[in-house]
Design a protein around this ligand. Structure first.
Ligand SMILES: Cc1cc2nc3c(=O)[nH]c(=O)nc-3n(C[C@H](O)[C@H](O)[C@H](O)COP(=O)(O)OP(=O)(O)OC[C@H]3O[C@@H](n4cnc5c(N)ncnc54)[C@H](O)[C@@H]3O)c2cc1C
Length: 388
């Protein structure tokens, strides 16, 4: 590499890293993306459900990655009461093949000349020296700024000395199941078997579904998962399952470091919805919001880093509300969840959510809920908790 110096080094070639790399390269900066794995998109650690509205607004053609289109959701309480959110003829979400999805972003970035170094793991950063392990050998590269888009266990986050409470992670397990499914609806199951999160069934087709469960760290994920499988799929034998961490906490207060010239995006920076663990859409949107600031950062010596907070404020507002909803839910017993389902169904929550619900932006409906006397049964403490 000689004396070549990147303007921005991006650690992690997930969709968020590849998206910000594309934006920065397009704006004229030299960017290098380091990816520890030999190929982009492998291994795939995701269910791949994304909101249609948010995805369409990004203007990225993901047709080749779409596996299914989802029309609604069926929510199950611990004693199996059901709330159905059915959008009707239209659909609300895409189910994607995560490997193909990531490769859409890879192809787009490579097409405009972004350099992606595979088998390259970012290890350490000192001033403008970037230490990487490349093809199992140590190497030194140069970069003026580092973006950490290196996922839930981010090395860059560690290098920024950011300590995250272990309660702000959820343990998850996922498998693929053969059976009979309604291909238009995802299922969400709530109860003690998934304390601190929930279980999900996401149909790929009439015959196959992605089935997973998340629970608080410290619980035995195998036991939780087996209990759910026994309840929902008593006939099914699971041969292979994968286990991952999901960031599930409030937005990070410190997600960039001026002295170290580092910034976090995507899962690395906890741009993940604490209600569902979904991180693709808000992660990509955040990377679009911060990208235009990099040219000013390099050209203006007086650049105020608070600009990053300003552009990301609308996303952080949503993420905070996701976190408040998660914290509220986590304090409910199974009995309370059952009662809530019963009352919500009676108050016609299904129609309300069809009309106002949004997978990514709870602010669009929580306020409306609080202003509608029909939903005051949720109690003053819920709304004051959410501060709406
Ligand atoms: C079981 C499960 C189900 C999920 N389902 C959904 C869902 O349905 N919808 C949704 O929106 N989100 C979902 N998520 C979350 C989603 O997968 C993440 O939010 C998303 O992948 C974040 O993208 P990213 O680009 O920030 O990070 P990642 O996709 O995690 O990419 C990070 C990349 O960095 C690389 N890397 C890590 N460390 C280094 C290093 N030191 N040097 C170089 N490279 C490095 C990794 O190899 C990886 O390629 C799910 C997560 C899990 C675990």
């Amino acid at each position: 590499m000689g004396d070549y110096i990147y303007d921005v080094v991006i650690s992690g070639a997930g969709p968020v890293g590849l998206n910000v790399a594309y934006n920065l390269k397009k704006s004229g900066l030299n960017v290098g993306v380091f990816e520890e794995h030999p190929q982009v998109g492998v291994p795939a650690n995701c269910s791949g459900l994304i909101s249609k509205n948010s995805m369409d607004s990004l203007n990225v053609d993901i047709d080749e990655a779409i596996v299914n289109r989802i029309r609604g959701a069926k929510l199950f309480s611990p004693n199996n009461q059901e709330i159905v959110i059915d959008i009707g003829k239209d659909f609300v979400a895409y189910l994607v093949d995560r490997t193909k999805f990531d490769r859409v972003f890879e192809k787009r970035a490579k097409k405009i000349g972004v350099s992606i170094l595979n088998n390259t793991r970012l290890m350490n950063v000192r001033n403008e020296s970037i230490f990487v392990e490349r093809e199992k050998r140590g190497e030194l590269l140069k970069g003026k700024f580092v973006i950490g888009s290196d996922g839930v266990n981010s090395t860059v986050r560690h290098l920024m000395d950011i300590k995250v409470n272990k309660n702000f992670f959820v343990h998850s397990m996922q498998t693929r199941v053969q059976g009979n499914f309604d291909p238009s609806f995802v299922e969400l199951h709530f109860g003690n078997f998934a304390r601190g999160f929930f279980a999900w069934v996401i149909p790929e087709s009439k015959e196959h579904a992605r089935v997973g469960l998340g629970c608080s760290l410290g619980l035995n994920i195998d036991n939780c998962f087996n209990e759910f499988m026994l309840k929902r799929f008593p006939e099914v034998k699971v041969f292979s399952k994968k286990s991952f961490l999901i960031p599930c906490g409030p937005p990070l207060k410190q997600w960039y470091n001026i002295q170290k010239k580092m910034l976090l995006l995507g899962d690395a920076g906890f741009f993940t919805k604490a209600t569902t663990g979904g991180g693709l859409m808000l992660g990509l949107e955040t990377s679009n919001l911060v990208s235009p600031l990099f040219n000013t950062l390099f050209s203006d010596k007086k650049f105020d880093f608070k600009e990053f907070d300003r552009v990301v404020a609308p996303i952080n507002k949503e993420l905070l509300l996701h976190w408040k909803l998660r914290s509220y839910y986590n304090n409910l017993s199974d009995d309370k969840i059952d009662k809530l389902f019963f009352k919500a169904k009676k108050a016609n929550i299904e129609n309300f959510l069809v009309e106002h619900g949004d997978m990514d932006r709870p602010s669009l409906f929580v306020g409306k809920l609080a202003r509608n006397p029909k939903y005051w049964f949720l109690g003053k403490e819920v709304f004051s908790f959410l501060r709406v």
